[in-house]
Design a protein. Structure first.
Length: 349
């Protein structure tokens, strides 16, 4: 048999085999089998040493190799194309398909209420100040006209951490801090929003809650009066709870104000008609307020002959509960996603 015939047999055998190949893997195996060492082509090429016409042998040999290679490459690109087509088909993007929802966090109802309060007072020219949550007895009580042993201290069951240090029970402490900061010289128009702590825990009380405190002090000739206090709280409450909210001032007692008032607002649930929430009165008690006591001015560096002003304070948790119809204060602190999810839209306000 001459070499051309031998080459033709190898080629035919190869073609028979390649026709059976069904995958890239099988093709790769065939390629190794034929072109690798120990394969029929390698074996064939080793016969060159005995070939009478080495040039002819070289040509036949190259033709055989080229033909095998070309067939392999052709089939390889066919398989690759098929694979690509399959992939394109399976990864086809349907632009009309509904998108997956991105989960967005929501602003906590307390923070939302706080932001709103700050916006209201900033729009009226108030400064927003901060104070420490770990307070001293001096600032939380003494400088607010509540000396040691004062019975009104009993109303605020406190967390003392040493004889003179406690978690503040009221943001009123920041009144004293602000007055000292301005050294009895400048008028003050501030609010302070922050956490406060008392030893109580039930559906309407939490051991940690939030208050907003307001303080306005000015020269006496500027006549900061009760009507300013009333007007300010009216704007505050109407903007928080709705334009139809009315206010009722009741004489009360707070050590740091004289005269003092508790302020009720129209019951948000029955709109003043009377219901179980407002105990059939139509009113809900919400704020404490009054004209700053001369002792407080004096103790914190302001001359009561020269300056006067008003103060007010309220619990933000209760305000948020009224505003959003929340029935248990503890929901505000449990981070239950089912609760928080209900506040993920600004336009429910
Ligand atoms: N600090 C009082 C409380 O926690 C609330 C309060 C009442 C604040 C009267 C005031 C005020 O500034 O004038 O019960």
């Amino acid at each position: 048999m001459d070499i051309k015939q031998q080459a033709a047999i190898i080629k035919e055998e190869f073609e028979n085999k390649i026709n059976e190949v069904k995958s890239l893997k099988e093709l790769n195996d065939l390629k190794i089998g034929y072109l690798g060492k120990k394969g029929p082509i390698f074996e064939f090429s080793s016969m060159i040493k005995d070939a009478p016409d080495k040039k002819e042998f070289g040509i036949v040999m190259n033709d055989l190799k080229n033909s095998v290679n070309t067939k392999i490459e052709e089939l390889k690109s066919k398989f690759e194309q098929e694979e690509l087509d399959k992939k394109l088909q399976s990864e086809k993007i349907d632009l009309t398909f509904p998108s997956t929802k991105i989960k967005k966090g929501s602003i906590h109802p307390l923070n939302r209420t706080i932001e709103e309060i700050e916006d209201i007072f900033i729009s009226m020219g108030y400064e927003v100040v901060d104070g420490p949550e770990l307070e001293t007895d001096e600032f939380c009580f003494e400088r607010l006209n509540l000396p040691e042993g004062h019975p009104a201290r009993d109303m605020q069951d406190s967390f003392y951490i040493s004889e003179k240090d406690l978690l503040r029970t009221q943001t009123s402490a920041v009144q004293a801090r602000t007055m000292l900061k301005y050294e009895g010289k400048k008028p003050i128009r501030m609010i302070c929003v922050g956490k406060t702590y008392r030893r109580e825990d039930d559906a309407t009380h939490s051991h940690q809650f939030n208050q907003v405190e307001g303080l306005v002090i000015d020269k006496k000739e500027n006549n900061v009066s009760l009507s300013d206090l009333k007007g300010t709280l009216e704007v505050f409450m109407k903007r928080m709870l709705g334009e139809n909210t009315n206010l009722r001032f009741r004489p009360s007692y707070f050590p740091f104000t004289e005269p003092s008032y508790e302020v009720d607002v129209t019951c948000f649930k029955c709109k003043g008609k009377g219901c179980n929430l407002c105990k059939d009165t139509g009113w809900i008690e919400l704020l404490g307020s009054g004209i700053v006591h001369p002792n407080v001015l004096k103790m914190n560096g302001y001359d009561p002959e020269e300056y006067s002003g008003f103060a007010f304070g309220t619990g933000i948790d209760r305000l948020a509960m009224f505003k959003y119809g929340i029935t248990d204060m503890r929901y505000l602190y449990q981070n239950d996603i089912r609760f928080l999810k209900q506040f993920d839209r600004r336009d429910i306000d």
